[in-house]
Design a protein around this ligand. Structure first.
Ligand code: TYD
Length: 135
């Protein structure tokens, strides 16, 4: 499985850092939705789903967290600990988010409006879906 971690444009000065993302130039899909996860309970595990069509970038804009990615054949863990970089997660990839540091904020840029029909929330169903797509 290819892990795409993208470094965004960042201006660092003695007074602070500024990261910017430009549609089409930095993000290869049209961003239709932005959401963020915060106020996380200690030990929180989230996600536990895949999407059929959604493209996303995950950016830990404060603190750090770990993302488990699973394409049905391989599992990889990615540490997000830099507000200047984003992790691309495409369709057909099961994800879990955990090990949030206190106060962590995970920002998500998504290619589509919210649609529960695009979710696969059952792991066995996901495996069947992933295997059917490979063949
Ligand atoms: P969910 O995707 O399960 O969150 P996570 O992946 O972080 O565990 O979403 C949690 C709840 O929020 C669920 O009831 C669906 C709802 N929701 C929306 O209504 N709109 C959204 O854009 C998102 C991402 C979730």
């Amino acid at each position: 499985m290819e892990i795409i971690k993208q470094r965004f444009n960042t201006k660092r000065t003695s007074s602070g850092s500024l990261t910017f993302l430009e549609g089409k130039r930095d993000i290869p899909f049209e961003v239709r939705r932005i959401y963020y996860i915060y106020d996380l309970a200690q030990g929180a595990h989230r996600g536990f789903h895949a999407h059929k069509a959604l493209h996303q970038y995950l950016i830990c804009v404060h603190g750090n967290c770990e993302i488990l990615l699973d394409d049905g054949t391989q599992r990889e863990t990615v540490l997000l600990n830099n507000p200047g970089e984003g992790l691309y997660v495409g369709p057909g990839v099961w994800r879990e988010m955990y090990a949030f540091s206190p106060g962590a904020v995970l920002l998500v840029l998504a290619s589509e409006f919210y649609d529960e029909d695009d979710y696969i929330r059952d792991y066995d169903r996901f495996l069947n879906y992933a295997r059917a797509k490979v063949h």
